[in-house]
Design a protein around this ligand. Structure first.
Ligand code: HEC
Length: 489
């Protein structure tokens, strides 16, 4: 059975790591580091077990496992925080509130969530499809077959008329694919791309009216020099294909280099999506600097909206604010690498990488603030707290979030006909998680999730083809997901 994952609860929490009680009990005096994993090992493991599996207190009281689905005192974030804060002294569970600041209690809750999810994941046999072997899915069985091999870190794929497709590789190549065969050589004339670390060539998306105008839109990390130093910013261009070359190139968006001479850092965003009314949306990550996301005078940490030729629409939310970057549509984003419009409602969703925990799926609205780094469901990579709040007035809550992080990347709603029960559902790729997820959204809430498969490598994108199949970008190949041969399920 493929696993169904319930949506994570959005809840508030807090908690802290306290030393004194544990120190008193065990005669040790561990130094606080503020890191949840270390605090756990020093202050909780004696009773709760090294792996959170439970055990006994020194006086012989039973200590519950923190990994299973049974909670004595409630399993939502706030209940767990309260257990830690107030303890159960009659059962020897110490009171931690005096010694553990709320921020650290919050980090401890995230740590417990993360460890639980990792443990539970270990119990599940995930689908790891092989070519030509039918895989059982919850709503549909399917087969995953290599469609195009011999590619290197493909980042995006788009279908063009006439059985053609176009694909980007992170390292900077653009390839045409014709009748399922990749062209021998990449397109010439593609601008130089910075591709070290998280930088690279990102999305390629055809204009909605491509059949008539031939425009293709690209996002990439644009290598520049400012006063002799290498600088690199996310840039969006468009161009047309002629005789194996990318020609007629025009800049759609480029941040003024002189204003951001020190832009280094990861988190480039790089996803593009068109709405039905001639606007292009694209994402730029906060470049490893959380403050950028809340600063309307910089383009980083934002989703942007322009016309198809790059002009700024008058009705952009900050178009009349002289201090704001006028292309901004929404802000408070960390690193959105998924951007997709719902085919029926026309709503825009983004998927963005959180820190350690707290990857988000957001319903993106005009002028809205998604809260990074003021609110988050994640913590720092080293296990220390980032903030103890997950909600704030004026900041949007995610539709759902994932802890531990999957490193969510590209996504698309399915609108083909080969898998009728998947219609209008969201398919999401992930890098670290190596998962392809099916996500069912009803009335703005995630009501079901299925991991269609896992462990075939990092996935950067998933997109429906004109044939109704789903195409998935794996590290060295593009795979095609189609119904299993024989009577369809
Ligand atoms: C001296 C032993 C001891 C230590 C140390 C200890 N706990 Fe506990 N903890 C317990 C016991 C016993 C219970 C069960 C209380 C009960 O039966 O009501 C418990 C309950 C809990 C619960 C509630 C579980 C549930 O099922 O609702 C949480 C959460 C928890 N502990 C977290 C922690 C954390 C985090 C730490 C370290 C900061 C910690 N504990 C340290 C003994 C301990």
């Amino acid at each position: 059975m493929p696993p169904t994952l319930r949506p994570t609860f959005p809840a508030l929490v807090i908690l802290a790591a306290a030393l004194a009680p544990a120190g008193l009990l065990f005669g040790q005096n561990p130094r606080p580091t503020g890191k949840a994993n270390e605090a756990y090992a020093q202050q909780c493991a004696n009773c709760h077990g090294k792996k959170l599996e439970g055990g006994q207190t020194p006086a012989g009281n039973k200590v519950p496992s923190l990994l299973d689905d049974e909670w004595l005192h409630g399993g939502d974030d706030e209940s767990i925080a309260r257990s830690i804060r107030n303890g159960y002294p009659e059962k020897e569970m110490p009171v931690w509130s005096a010694t553990m600041p709320e921020k650290e209690i919050r980090a401890m809750v995230i740590y417990i969530r993360e460890q639980r999810a990792l443990f539970q994941r270990g119990l599940i046999q995930f689908n790891k499809p092989q070519d030509s072997v039918t895989v059982k899915g919850e709503l549909h069985d399917y087969q995953l077959n290599t469609w195009v091999g011999e590619v290197t870190e493909p980042w995006s794929l788009a279908f063009l008329p006439g059985h053609r497709a176009i694909m980007t590789e992170k390292r900077g190549n653009v390839f045409l694919i014709e009748n399922g065969k990749r062209a021998e050589k990449p397109l010439t004339g593609v601008p130089p791309v910075e591709s070290t670390g998280q930088a690279g060539l990102y999305d390629v998306v055809p204009h909605p009216d491509f059949a008539r105008n031939g425009w293709l839109y690209f996002a990439f990390a644009d290598p520049q020099k400012y006063e002799g130093k290498a600088v690199c910013l996310t840039k969006v261009i468009r161009g047309k294909i002629r005789d194996g070359a990318l020609v007629d190139q025009e800049t759609i968006y480029q941040a003024p280099l002189a204003k951001y001479p020190k832009s280094g850092g990861p988190h480039f965003g790089g996803r593009i999506a068109f709405d039905q009314n001639g606007h292009v949306f694209f994402s730029i990550g906060e470049r490893g600097n959380g403050a950028n996301a809340q600063d309307l005078s910089v383009p980083m940490g934002k989703v942007h909206r322009v016309f198809d030729d790059g002009r700024v629409p008058d009705d952009n939310p900050f178009a009349k604010d002289p201090k704001a970057v006028p292309t901004i549509w929404s802000y408070g984003h960390r690193n959105p690498q998924g951007l997709a419009f719902h085919p029926v409602t026309g709503q825009l969703f983004d998927a963005e990488h959180g820190p350690r925990g707290g990857d988000e799926l957001n319903l993106v609205g005009k002028g809205k603030n998604y809260g990074w780094p003021v609110i988050t469901y994640g913590m720092n990579y080293d296990g220390s707290a980032m903030t103890d709040i997950t909600a704030k007035e004026g900041m949007e809550q995610p539709v759902t979030y994932w802890t531990p992080s999957l490193a969510v990347c590209g996504m698309n709603f399915y609108s083909g006909n080969l898998f009728p029960k998947w219609k209008n559902q969201l398919f999401l790729a992930s890098l670290v998680g190596e998962e392809l997820r099916r996500i069912e959204i009803k009335d703005g809430k995630v009501v079901a999730q299925e991991i269609l498969f896992k462990n075939l490598g990092r996935i950067r994108h998933v997109i429906g083809g004109p044939d109704g199949a789903l195409y998935v970008l794996l590290p060295t190949r593009i795979a095609r997901i189609a119904p299993a041969a024989g009577p369809s399920s």
